[in-house]
Design a protein around this ligand. Structure first.
Ligand code: UDX
Length: 434
């Protein structure tokens, strides 16, 4: 089976590499020539655990190749996956121009027996609209929709061991071709669910909105915990043991960020309105998550007596979550920029050494490890939950700082362990430790 993946961002590259690892012949196409040249040399443009090794292995075997020539990429393909971006427009709706550009480019060259599978997250009705768009050009290509549920940082694992595969199809032919593509997962008893196109499209948005809602809910519970003396971590554990609720996505923090939740909640609210349906719960999640960022700034400023001018602020972690170098919609952007504007001397350590972050925070200083970053600090602020911060020797940090003040927006430590080291510890949704 020959698979072509159009778009070599997170989703496209991970999917292409993993399909080749299943044993299929895969061509990844991207119109970004310099990106393709790097990929041909085995250099990956993203920070994703395990991806480079798998990519190089499959390139060596000869099952995986890259091209910027779309005609070469699609002429013999049995399945063509579209995995280009659908970023937010300023009004919150999804920008579908990359989808239509990709479809227009490939249409004249594609194998007419191929199935075109949209993997990009698209508003309900888009896959059917793409089919009509092709038909209007005299092209009867079969279309399908297959949402991805890959988390950055564990995307390879998520692809190879997903909870489920959702396939929006309109014919037995498409069903058969997609079952073949995912057969290795079928062997692992991963459930495969067939639906119509609209159901598959909406499943993706509904999943992301519900997860965003879970995070927002626990963040609101955290606000209450801080006032009433309860511990949000224990509340999350207590409710998460209920199988109907589940433990995951109940970590209170600075609010969700990244390339998906903010964009997908906005797009869901937008296209629901176009169907004449209001989704006030989703709108409130978006509003509450935006407000959370200001609340986090206020928390830090309160702790610093509303004055950070010339204070040494040691920021630990700036990416939107751990195990990625991705800064898209990271809560750190607003927070660190605010501190810089107020005259703080900000020093940053992030284990990804994110180039994106260095471009964003040009006026900050950068360190190569946690300890150097905390020398002479007036306050330490943890913004991202990198595992290595858990292993930090707090007693040593205590010796290095000028003022033992720790603001931990990811609640990485137990209250008692921090108490023992003499830090004043402000975390999220738990009592203050002096
Ligand atoms: C998400 C979805 O999980 C994935 O299925 C989808 O396909 C793409 O979007 P991703 O954006 O990589 O994946 O990150 P995820 O791990 O879901 O975290 C999103 C944001 O929520 C991060 O900012 C993270 O820090 C935050 N988060 C997550 C919390 O604040 N608390 C939690 O309990 C979980």
């Amino acid at each position: 089976m020959k698979i072509t993946v159009v778009g070599t961002g997170y989703v496209g590259l991970v999917s292409g590499v993993c399909f080749s690892d299943f044993g299929f012949n895969v061509i990844c196409v991207d119109n970004n020539v310099s990106k393709i040249e790097k990929l041909k040399k085995g250099i990956i443009p993203i920070y994703e655990d395990g991806l480079e090794k798998l990519m190089v292995k499959n390139m060596r075997i000869g099952r995986l190749s890259f091209t910027s020539d779309v005609a070469t990429g699609v002429k013999d393909a049995d399945l063509v996956f579209i995995a280009v971006g659908t970023p937010s427009k300023p009004d919150g709706s999804a920008d579908l121009s990359y989808i239509y550009d990709a479809v227009s480019d490939l249409a004249p060259h594609v194998n007419k027996h191929a199935i075109l599978v949209i993997k990009s997250t698209v508003p309900v009705g888009t896959t059917r609209a793409v089919k009509k768009f092709l038909q209007d050009k005299g092209n009867d290509l079969e279309v399908a929709f297959n949402p991805e549920f890959l988390r950055e940082g564990v995307a390879v694992e998520d692809f190879l061991r997903p909870d489920r595969i959702i396939l929006g199809v309109e014919s037995k032919k498409a069903e058969k071709a997609l079952v073949r593509a995912y057969r290795p997962l079928y062997m692992l008893s991963i459930p495969i669910m067939f639906t119509d196109l609209e159901t598959a499209e909406l499943s993706k948005y509904a999943a992301n909105a519900l997860l965003a809602m879970k995070i927002t809910f626990i963040n609101e519970v955290a606000n209450l915990c801080e006032k009433c003396g309860a511990d949000v971590k224990e509340v999350a554990h207590a409710i998460g043991m209920d199988k109907r609720i589940g433990e995951q996505f109940l970590q209170a923090g600075p609010g969700y960020g990244g390339s998906c939740f903010p964009k997908d909640t906005s797009a869901l609210s937008d296209f629901a309105k176009k169907f004449g349906v209001d989704m006030p719960l989703v709108d409130e999640v978006i509003r509450s998550n935006c407000a959370r960022r200001d609340k986090m700034i206020k928390k830090i400023m309160d702790v610093c007596d509303n004055d950070v001018k010339n204070k040494n602020v040691s920021v630990l972690g700036v990416t939107f979550k751990a195990n990625t170098d991705d800064m898209r919609d990271s809560p750190s952007i607003g927070i660190v920029n605010y501190l810089l504007e107020k005259g703080a001397k900000v020093k940053i350590y992030d284990p990804s050494f994110s180039k994106q972050a260095q471009d964003i925070f040009k006026n900050a200083e950068w360190s190569s490890n946690v300890y150097d970053n905390c020398n002479d600090a007036d306050v330490i602020v943890i913004l991202t939950d990198w595992a290595e911060f858990r292993a930090v020797n707090l007693a040593e940090l205590r010796c290095r700082v000028r003022n033992p003040l720790l603001v931990d927006l990811r609640s990485m430590y137990t209250v008692s362990e921090v108490k023992a080291t003499g830090f004043v510890y402000h975390s999220v949704g738990r009592p203050l430790v002096k």
